[in-house]
Write a protein that binds this ligand. Structure first.
Ligand SMILES: [Zn+2]
Ligand SMILES: [Zn+2]
Length: 377
């Protein structure tokens, strides 16, 4: 059994270098994340109109520059420690390089004194916040309670980071496109919506989770069963390692279609804006968590809320077409697609046996548009 497990995971390994305390891995990883975030924040200070989102601009502290200087100093110290402790220098060089580049950029930066309301090209500030927040939450969980013994920087890690980055950088455009159909119908159903918005907050929140997940369930199931939609959704299923970052591998067409239709259902019912806001935080956290390489059983919760083990079975090479729900596993029971054998986790993740998806961000982005039938569909 253990040799099976080793064989299963061996192809996922990018490096065999130790990650234990004192190996320079932790200092290098934190240094690289803080350094890259500092570099991105410095770029935001130099080009605030082009790289920061209007909705967030007013909320940044006036002394953001001081915070960025502090972050770059921390990254430099951690990089030095990692370069000293670790034989492989990649993490230390990334941390030191980004801190040096960020420091140079800061020479040209001003404080964010004139925020302005112009729409920016890329939401580099959203990317920076995500880069700090998601690893801070999920890296400790995956290192302390891993289901599989796999390194953080596993094979195809760069590909998934590119999807993670692109979805944050383009968030203004995708939000606009996702909201457009829902906004169009919300006026039509305004009187019904007023009744829904008057309900208690907890009732509305429970209702929004059910409504959103019923919509999500059927859109998701259609993405598996309609060949044209599967072309795009197959990119999400091409990931052969599961962790918090793997969930980011979602083709932009897949993400737009699913989110727009789910928002259409939410907007038609007219939930209060605060309820919608809380739901967006909830889905961002849960959709990331269910992909995480975390061994938690959460037995008492498994029947009611989707857990990593439940969604990992959705990514299994076999059986396919099970566990479509994102929040509520009992929807799969209701619609006959539930699969959760006691205690067991899948052996292999990815497309069905024999099928290989495209490798690398750019190939995955264009492959579904190719006229020739992709080999995985
Ligand atoms: Zn799926
Ligand atoms: Zn998934």
């Amino acid at each position: 059994m253990s040799s099976d497990r080793e064989r299963t995971t061996s192809h996922l390994l990018l490096t065999q270098e130790p990650q234990r305390l004192g190996s320079g891995w932790l200092s290098g990883t934190i240094g690289a994340i803080v350094g890259l975030a500092g570099l991105a924040a410095a770029a935001c200070l130099v080009w605030p109109q082009a790289l920061t989102t209007p909705a967030l601009r007013d909320h940044y502290p006036a002394n953001l520059r001081t915070w960025v200087v502090a972050a770059l100093a921390v990254a430099t110290a951690l990089a030095t420690l990692s370069l000293w402790l670790r034989r492989k220098k990649t993490l230390g060089v990334v941390a030191l390089g980004s801190a040096a580049l960020g420091g140079t950029l800061l020479l040209f930066a001003a404080d964010l004194s004139t925020p302005g309301t112009t729409t920016s090209l890329l939401a580099v500030d959203v990317f920076t916040l995500n880069l700090l927040l998601y690893p801070a939450v999920f890296l400790p969980l995956e290192r302390l309670w891993p289901h599989r013994d796999q390194p953080t920087f596993r094979a195809e890690w760069w590909t998934d980071l590119a999807w993670f980055a692109s979805s944050a950088l383009l968030v203004q455009l995708t939000t606009f496109l996702v909201l457009a159909p829902g906004n169009a119908v919300s006026g039509v159903t305004a009187s019904f919506g007023a009744n829904v918005a008057a309900l208690r907050f907890v009732v509305q929140f429970a209702a929004i989770v059910v409504v959103a997940d019923v919509a999500q369930y059927w859109v998701h199931r259609a993405c598996h069963q309609v060949p044209f939609l599967w072309r795009f959704h197959a990119i999400h299923h091409s990931a052969e390692a599961m962790d918090w970052l793997a969930g980011s591998r979602l083709h932009v067409v897949d993400a737009l279609l699913t989110r727009a239709l789910v928002f259409l259902a939410i907007a038609a019912l007219g939930f209060h804006l605060h309820v919608i806001g809380l739901y967006l935080v909830f889905i961002a956290a849960q959709a990331t968590f269910v992909h995480a390489n975390v061994a938690w059983r959460l037995r008492w919760l498994e029947g009611w809320l989707v857990t990593p083990r439940f969604h990992h079975w959705h990514h299994a090479k076999a059986p396919i077409d099970v566990n479509f729900a994102v929040h509520l596993p009992w929807l799969d029971r209701l619609f006959g697609t539930f699969h959760l054998p006691p205690l067991a986790w899948p052996e292999h993740y990815g497309l069905a046996a024999g099928a290989k998806g495209p490798r690398g961000f750019w190939r995955q982005l264009v492959a579904p548009f190719r006229r020739r039938q992709p080999p995985w569909s």
